[in-house]
Ligand binder design. Structure first.
Ligand code: TTP
Ligand code: MG
Length: 357
């Protein structure tokens, strides 16, 4: 098997850097992106603020106590998305195997790059230079032979740095690594490990697979491999979603219009829930019906405004169902989907983002 070449790129103090770029008065200052009202939290802090201990997810009140001259800046999701689109286009230029993890970071598999450059180190350098030219923002990169190590490496010389972890150095680096720095080991697991006297990679490596699985379930297997520098996870390019839908195949075919309306309600609920999770809404609603003889009919409608409630989906779906000539034919499947999708507005995605971190 060929050794893979993986790059992990992560922008430096991303939201804060965008704010400092766009407002010269903020440059060189301790700033935090986020609200400083009662329940506000710091989304990210500039490196000047980090010196005082200000960090992501910290309540704003705590941050102000640590750094009284901290300047709070309201987030501007659109500006971050714009920068994110630019960096993603740069990544795609070098390889199709790009897996974004969030707006500001992605894995790239450059085992075979589009330009036949052949060196992941050179590619990472070129990408960082292009990012700076096109966005005036800096990025750090990690280069290694798997995702786990590439991600670890990108954090080792932040900001504006690049680190290579070669197979022959991986074990030594991992042995010395504090357990809470392992990607995939959260706060709770780290505490559990501390209680078991596992404090660094070396401690973790001394534990048998059986014990790790018994203590941590499936994740135990991942930890066991990761600490040995083994991580076979592929770089998976995210597909662009074209539609969000749900459908039901009935256990017994149905003919009653009223019964079908009830089902539509349940399906509309499901579709709306999925759209919420994806933070997307669509302007086209499609109803799909499969008859008992497997004939399929669809009917769709496109509206000016996106469907933003279960009610709007349901109330549009019912006339669609009516307009299909059912003629008492029995139906085995009913489905609804939204297409013509767009991302929900900035504030909503922002809230969602905070949950995700
Ligand atoms: P990160 O890459 O984790 O952080 P960062 O880019 O600000 O800093 P670093 O130089 O250490 O990489 O996250 C990227 C952006 O995601 C960050 O700028 C703001 C946002 N974010 C939140 O909104 N809440 C959070 O808890 C975290 C960690 C990040
Ligand atoms: Mg970052």
């Amino acid at each position: 098997m060929q050794i893979r070449k993986i790059i992990h790129i992560d922008m430096d103090a991303f939201y804060a850097s965008v704010e400092q770029r766009d407002d010269p008065a903020l440059r060189g200052k301790a700033i935090a992106v986020g609200g400083n009202s009662g329940r506000g939290v710091v989304m990210t802090a500039s490196y000047e603020a980090r010196k005082f201990g200000v960090k992501s997810a910290m309540p704003s009140g705590v941050a102000l106590r640590l750094c009284p001259h901290l300047i709070f800046v309201k987030s501007r999701m659109d500006a971050y998305k714009e920068a994110s689109n630019i960096i993603r286009a740069i990544f795609k230029d070098y390889t199709d195997l790009v897996e974004p993890l969030s707006l500001d970071e992605a894995y790239l598999d450059v085992t075979q790059d589009n330009y036949n450059i052949g060196s992941a180190t050179l590619i990472a350098k070129a990408i960082r230079e292009r990012i700076f030219e096109q966005t005036h923002l800096t990025a750090s990169a990690g280069v290694s032979y798997n995702k786990f190590l590439a991600k670890l490496a990108s954090d080792m010389q932040k900001p504006n740095g690049q680190t290579l972890i070669l197979p022959q150095n991986a074990l030594e680096i991992l042995a010395a690594l504090p357990i809470e720095k392992f990607h995939g080991i959260g706060k709770v697991t780290a505490e559990k490990m501390h209680a078991l006297n596992i404090r660094n990679g070396q401690d973790l490596r001394s534990r048998p697979l059986k014990e790790l699985i018994a203590r941590f379930g499936k994740a135990g297997h991942y930890y066991y491999n990761a600490v040995r520098g083994i991580d076979e996870r592929e770089v998976k390019p995210n597909r662009i979603r074209k539609s969000i839908g749900a459908e039901t195949t009935f256990s017994a075919d149905k003919t009653s219009f009223d019964a079908l309306c009830e089902d539509i309600k349940t399906i509309a609920d499901k579709v709306y829930e999925r759209a919420q999770i994806a933070q997307m809404s669509g302007r086209t609603l499609t109803l799909k019906i499969k008859f008992s003889d497997f004939e399929i009919k669809t009917k769709r409608v496109t509206t000016h405004e996106a469907f933003n409630s279960v009610k709007s989906i349901y109330e549009t779906a019912i006339p669609l169902l009516k307009s299909l000539d059912l003629n008492g034919k029995s139906i085995r499947l009913l489905g609804l989907s939204l297409s013509n999708l767009s991302m929900n507005n900035a504030e909503q995605s922002e809230q969602q983002q905070n949950f995700n971190f």
